[in-house]
Design a protein around this ligand. Sequence first.
Ligand code: SF4
Length: 214
Amino acid sequence: MSAIRLEVRPGRRWGSRNPFRVLVGALVSSRTRDRVTGEATARLLAIAPVPSVLARLPTGRIARAVYPAGFYRTKARHLKELAIILGEVHGGSVPRDGKSLRALPGVGPKVAALTMAEGHGIPAVCADIHVHRISNRLGLVRTRDPGQTQVALEKILPRKPWSGWNRLLVPFGQARCGSRPRCAGCPARRSCATGIKWGRMARRGAAGRKEGKT
Ligand code: SF4
């Protein structure tokens, strides 16, 4: 973790400790680029800053606000239903526990964990594609999808840095360890299973080129 910190500063992905804003932003973000998510979420929250107002908006208006986020029509439906449930079941507040959050329309483990961590300040592992990919590359877990990664990381990481793991690995994935990792010069290379393999291959390649010259 400290090697990765050399490369990036941990970010606060949502920049807000307002659970409703975080929940809305996290829901809008799935399959959507960060820039589009930010703009779409801001548009929606400008017209519906609290659940009671969102619950009264027509679905079409919500869809227009979050367009062009991926699956914007489905998300609009979920957002309206979710706002109604927040009012009727949770007294207009966003629940603090994973089980109640995951029971809301459109809310899966990732959105629930983000809402807990960034909205309520409760430790939670939010495993998005960056966290999933890098945790596997480092050799910390061997999992097939982000859901499995979340469960596996919660077993091996101490509770305190759960939320920090996402804040650290998302910018690190964007800067260096994305779909094509740039292992050369990576500060985590010596403690990373993939980086160690990459180093061996690079040395073999260099030795082969040397032999070829003699
Ligand atoms: S060494 Fe490569 S795979 Fe490992 S963390 Fe760095 S960039 Fe990612």
